[in-house]
Structure formats: structure tokens, C-alpha cells
Design a protein around this ligand. Structure first.
Ligand code: APR
Length: 256
């Protein structure tokens, strides 16, 4: 069943709803846009306050950490402080609801804020989790922080005294092989892929919708703005994820 091509803002097309409801597997790929309504700035929005003069691309790299570990460490603590004050929004709750009630809904996120998990979803977190930190020397030690760390420098690894670093994937680093495999498998099995809140600029995550399209699967982009995926997506929902995803759950008449 080929859903209508083109785009919509509100009112999910019935043919698309039928396809999603009947799908053996639906994959959901999210990016920073799904956390925007929680007050967490997306990557491509201008940073605020102290961090206005920096681009994330210039901070989230091994080179930046090697050159100035204190600056990178403090940036992550600032981001942790934003996330600590944030609550999951309607988009996160809707994704968890889809996962509870669709036949098989697999969630893949590029976000490191943990808000999908706090809303109750099980996710493949491609880029890690901002609350985890590990030994830079990879001695094996890692731990989960519960609040921002107010130390100005990365603390020493308790096991080997090398500096600790955020346990997230930086630009130029490989994604955890097991997580990437789970994401690729999810998209390979999915009849429908919902892509919400991502600019589609960063690989390998951005390749996932492309792989689904190459297999003739239905790819729905949920984003108020244009991205490289917009021109090739099967259907475009030109709306915010925190409006479109709850509306999808309601249109599918899913229980809470
Ligand atoms: N609903 C849906 N989309 C939204 C919303 C919203 N409420 N608000 C903003 N957006 C869109 C923006 O238009 C943009 O296309 O979300 C997208 C966010 O894009 P980015 O800021 O580039 O974030 P993301 O795609 O997740 O970045 C991918 O890049 O910086 C690295 O590792 C980092 O995981 C990140 C990766």
C-alpha cells in the first residue's frame, strides 16, 4: 500500500495511518529537534550564554578535548545542567506510546540527553548518553553521573588516574558497533521509518533513512524545516514533533 506522497502539516493521511498500524516493524529515528520543546537547544541553533562563541562541532571532538579538556568538560556540564532541568515532552511520550502499542517499534536516537529513556522508551542511543563518563585511556572504568559535575577540570579516572571524558561519540569517532548494528537491523526490518527532529547532516545516522528508501520502504520526515531528506522522503510532515507524534498516536487510537 503506497501512502500518498507529498507533505502535510496536520491530519495524518489515512493510507499512511493504515500502513503504520499494519506494519510488522516501525523504526523511529530522532534527533535534537524532538528535545527542542523540552528547552534543550538543537545543535544547529545558536548556542547561548558563555557558549555563544563556540560551535558544537568545535567542542565535541577528541582534538578539542586534547587541546582544552577543561573547556570541553565545562561545556558538557553546562549541557547537563540544561538537561537536568528539562522534562520529556509530548514527542518523547508519544514515541514511548508508539513503542508500547505498535506491533514492533524500534527507536533509534542521535540524542544524548536521555529524555526518550525518561519517557519510558527503549532506545538505541547512537551517540551515547551525556550522563555517562569514562576513562579517556579506556582502562575500562566508566560511571553514570546523576548531576552536573562542578569541577572545572575533568576528574581523574578512579582506576588509573587518566582524565575522565564524556562517554559520548564525538565527531570523527566510531559509533559503538553493537548500537549501530541494532539501528541498521531496525531499519532493515522496518516497513515504515519515522524520522523526527534531525537535520540529516551527520553520518552514519543520516544514512539510515537513505537505506530504507533504497529498499522501497516508506520514510516519513517530521520536521518543520527543510533538510536534505525532505526532497526524497516518501511523505513529509511539516510540523513540530511534539505536535505531530502525539497527533499520530491519537489518530491511531492508541491507548495511553
Ligand atoms: N520538531 C521537529 N524538528 C525540529 C523541531 C521540532 N520541534 N525543532 C527543530 N527541529 C529540527 C531542526 O529544524 C533541525 O532540522 O530538528 C533538527 C535538528 O537538527 P540538529 O540541530 O542538526 O540536530 P541533529 O540532527 O540531532 O544533529 C545530529 O550532530 O552535532 C551532532 O552528535 C550531534 O547527535 C547530533 C548530530
Amino acid at each position: 500500500m503506497t501512502p500518498p506522497a507529498g507533505s502535510f502539516e496536520t491530519g495524518w493521511p489515512s493510507a499512511l495511518l493504515d500502513e503504520i498500524a499494519a506494519a510488522g516493524t516501525v523504526a523511529v529515528l530522532t534527533g535534537a529537534g524532538v528535545s527542542a520543546a523540552s528547552g534543550i537547544p538543537t545543535f544547529r541553533e545558536a548556542q547561548t550564554g558563555l557558549w555563544t562563541r563556540f560551535r558544537p562541532e568545535d567542542l565535541a571532538t577528541p582534538e578539542a578535548f586534547a587541546a582544552n579538556p577543561a573547556r570541553v568538560w565545562q561545556w558538557y556540564q553546562w549541557r547537563r545542567s540544561l538537561i537536568a532541568r528539562a522534562e520529556p515532552n509530548g514527542a518523547h511520550r508519544a514515541v514511548a506510546r508508539l513503542q508500547r502499542h505498535l506491533i514492533d517499534c524500534r527507536v533509534i536516537t542521535q540524542n544524548v540527553d536521555g529524555l526518550h529513556e525518561r519517557a519510558g522508551a527503549r532506545v538505541s542511543a547512537l551517540h551515547g548518553n551525556i550522563w555517562r563518563q569514562r576513562c579517556q585511556r579506556r582502562c575500562g572504568f566508566s560511571e553514570t553521573a546523576t548531576e552536573p559535575d562542578d569541577r572545572p577540570e575533568p576528574p581523574p579516572c578512579p582506576a588509573c588516574a587518566a582524565p575522565m571524558r564524556p562517554d559520548v561519540v564525538w565527531f570523527g569517532e566510531s559509533l559503538p558497533a553493537d548500537v549501530l548494528k541494532a539501528a541498521v537491523t531496525a531499519v532493515e526490518h522496518a516497513e515504515v521509518v519515522l524520522v523526527a527532529g534531525t537535520s540529516g547532516l551527520v553520518y552514519p545516522a543520516a544514512a539510515l533513512p537513505e537505506q530504507a528508501l533504497a529498499r522501497g520502504r516508506t520514510v516519513v520526515e517530521i520536521n518543520p524545516d527543510d533538510t536534505p531528506l525532505s526532497a526524497v522522503a516518501t511523505v513529509r510532515c511539516r510540523n513540530a514533533a511534539d505536535a505531530a507524534l502525539p497527533a499520530l498516536c491519537e489518530a491511531l487510537a492508541l491507548p495511553d
